[in-house]
Design a protein around this ligand. Structure first.
Ligand code: AMP
Length: 221
């Protein structure tokens, strides 16, 4: 099964992607996680990506497409994969189409998790992350057992530079300009690609309810 999860930053893609990945036994490929890991390891890619990520802008299409091309040829992707945070622009979606055609593969699902901007701003201003694992907490909705510490390792949690309110607003603007056109792109594609199912799921409810709706879509196959 090959799936794309779309949605604005903070819509809950990471949380839902982890559940889908575990239940349907397909790897979750998050370009954000790959880039953040490169930043932490201070690799050449990480050094390029850090400033762009911290400023809330998008990393260049070429760079991200290269990452994806390498990642989807790895052996754990043989039975499918789930993209979280990719594609984010029309050129990325077009490049993905080409990669899939060349590999004789097809997309099965594109699912948009829909959350209004006002809710996103509220959510992201309480979000804390454990940098090494990418585990995400929220001061109100999913607090760590000990304040400021990761539940599994006890290591300190941080506010992501790109989760600060001004940066969140900028990320939302970029989302509307550059990523939202993908909804029309995949809606159109659904008309011509017989196996492709496009669905919009409201992401406003509790994560369990959102997951139940996503699962219902995935089980329609
Ligand atoms: P995320 O964790 O998916 O919100 O990604 C964090 C940041 O990584 C984004 O704000 C971008 O700077 C960068 N990023 C992640 N995925 C992409 C992508 N597909 N294209 C361009 N930049 C990306």
């Amino acid at each position: 099964m090959r799936i794309i999860l779309l949605g604005s930053p903070g819509a809950g893609k990471g949380t839902q992607a982890a559940r889908i990945s575990a239940e349907f036994c397909i790897p979750k490929i998050s370009t954000g996680d790959i880039l953040r890991q490169a930043v932490q390891e201070k690799t050449p890619l990480g050094l390029i990506a850090k400033q762009v990520i911290d400023s809330g802008k998008l990393v260049s299409d070429d760079l991200v497409i290269d990452l994806i091309q390498t990642r989807i040829t790895q052996s754990d992707c043989q039975n499918g994969f789930l993209f979280d945070g990719f594609p984010r622009t029309i050129p990325q979606a077009e490049a993905l189409d080409k990669l899939l055609i060349d590999a004789h593969l097809q997309l099965d699902f594109v699912i948009q998790i829909d959350v209004p901007d006002t809710e996103i701003i509220k959510r992201m201003s309480g979000r804390l992350m454990h940098p090494a694992s990418g585990r995400v907490y929220h001061l109100e909705t999913c607090p760590p057992k000990q304040p400021g510490k990761d539940d599994m390792t006890g290591e300190p949690l941080v506010l992501r530079e790109d989760d600060k309110e001004e940066t969140v607003k900028k990320r939302l603007m970029i989302y509307h300009e550059q990523t939202e056109p993908l909804l029309a792109y995949y809606q159109q594609k659904e008309k011509t690609a017989k196996q492709l199912k496009f669905a919009v799921v409201s992401g406003v409810n509790h994560a369990d309810q959102v997951y139940a709706k996503i699962k219902a879509v995935l089980n329609q196959q």
